[in-house]
Write a protein that binds this ligand. Structure first.
Ligand code: ZN
Ligand code: ZN
Length: 388
């Protein structure tokens, strides 16, 4: 095929992929084998998502719209972490087939493509964490590529169904994955409709269809994307490492807050099958609490715990860490003491060397011994005051 025709075919395919993400002008394995490069045409909907935030300049704000944006961030961050990650990627709990379908629809409202595409890439990340094969390692590709660039790359658009056979055997999931734009469009339309109804029937809320669309969809979804992406970028750069995993994953309280518990990324890289990512009560993990609540309804169940061997490993790591810190702190104490004492000692030394008075005093000290031992004093006869 001539180069111009091939380019045209790829351009057309990118447009069709907005609707049918499995459509391709070349075998998917060929696309996946290509070097990284941004597919600008394919990314236009993603760019529109970001640009849509600017709509706030026209629609303004209301308390209701802001609250809706925050609420939808939380509910859909839970969908990403509790559903796309802990269910579809790692199967850390179980549900019925219909329950699984509902979870996939809920997850799709996050506008992070289909559950199968998400799970395929995430499993690939665990297999190749921080090595050159990893699609979003900040150590291999730099911060911005790991945060946002990789998602725009031509080679990362297709889903490799052969690597997620446990999920690809369900046609309803494959359909949702293939037409991954359907749920987000319905979700956005729903917000537009709800806002319009509220404008008519509850004018006291001060919102409108377009305002709810901008805040509830564009702003909330863009924030959700960047919040989630922090795990790909910052969770391999920022925080502490409890477990010496082969990658550079880290545990971060701040990232755990932003992502409802995914910030305990080093824990997760050490043991991926557990339903909880915060291994201790003080490691805040709202996704786990939400899943626990859901399990009480019987909708989901079969949670997988953190095994005792992993806790033992964590205890040994904590013990070593304590000793290391104690050693460092005692050395540091001595260094601090030295820092305080040395200038004074140096000043005294300089003063005593250069001062003639002190030099004279030192000379006087050459005379009779002033300080004597008590026994020596006792043996000596008392000094006579009689000069005769
Ligand atoms: Zn990771
Ligand atoms: Zn994972």
């Amino acid at each position: 095929m001539p180069a111009s025709k091939s380019l045209l075919a790829r351009f057309g395919a990118s447009l069709i992929q907005w609707i049918d993400s499995d459509y391709t002008s070349e075998p998917p394995e060929v696309t996946r084998a290509r070097p990284d490069g941004v597919n600008f045409v394919r990314c236009i909907p993603f760019a529109i998502l970001h640009l849509g935030c600017l709509g706030v300049l026209w629609v303004g704000w209301s308390w209701f719209a802001v609250a809706a944006a925050i609420f939808l961030y939380v509910v859909r961050m839970f969908a990403v972490t509790g559903i796309y990650h802990r269910y579809f990627s790692h199967k850390t709990y179980s549900t019925s087939r219909f329950g699984q379908f509902l979870l996939a629809v809920w997850g799709a409202t996050a506008v992070q493509r289909g559950a199968l595409w998400w799970a395929y890439h995430h499993r690939h990340h665990h297999l190749h964490s921080d090595d050159p094969e990893d699609a979003h390692s900040p150590h291999v590709h730099g911060f911005w590529w790991s945060h946002i660039g990789w998602i725009t790359s031509r080679r990362n658009f297709p889903t490799d169904y052969s690597k997620i056979k446990d999920l690809a055997k369900y046609p309803e999931l494959v359909w949702l994955n293939r037409f991954d734009i359907v749920v987000p469009v319905l979700f956005a339309a729903g917000l537009l409709g709800l806002g319009s109804l509220l404008e008519t029937y509850a004018p006291g809320l001060g919102t409108s269809g377009s305002q709810l669309l901008v805040w509830g969809f564009f702003i909330s979804t863009t924030a959700l994307f960047h919040g989630t992406s922090c795990i790909n970028s910052l969770a391999h750069l920022m925080g502490r490492r409890r477990f010496q995993t082969e990658d550079d994953s880290r545990n971060s309280f701040i990232l755990a807050l932003i992502t409802l518990g995914e910030g305990w990324h080093n824990n997760h890289h050490r043991y991926q099958s557990a339903t909880r990512n915060g291994f201790y009560w003080w490691e805040i993990d709202p996704t786990y609490y939400g899943l626990k609540l859901l399990s009480w309804t019987g909708f989901i169940g079969g949670f997988k715990p953190v095994p005792p061997s992993i806790y033992r490993e964590a205890e040994i790591a904590a013990h070593k860490d304590t000793i290391h810190r104690m050693t460092l702190s005692s050395v540091q104490d001595e260094i601090n003491t030295l820092k305080r004492v040395l200038p004074t000692a140096a000043a005294i030394a300089l003063a005593t060397v250069n001062s003639p008075e002190v030099a004279a005093q030192i000379k006087k000290a050459d005379g009779p011994v002033i300080h004597k031992d008590v026994s020596e004093l006792a043996e000596q006869p008392p000094a006579s005051t009689d000069s005769n």
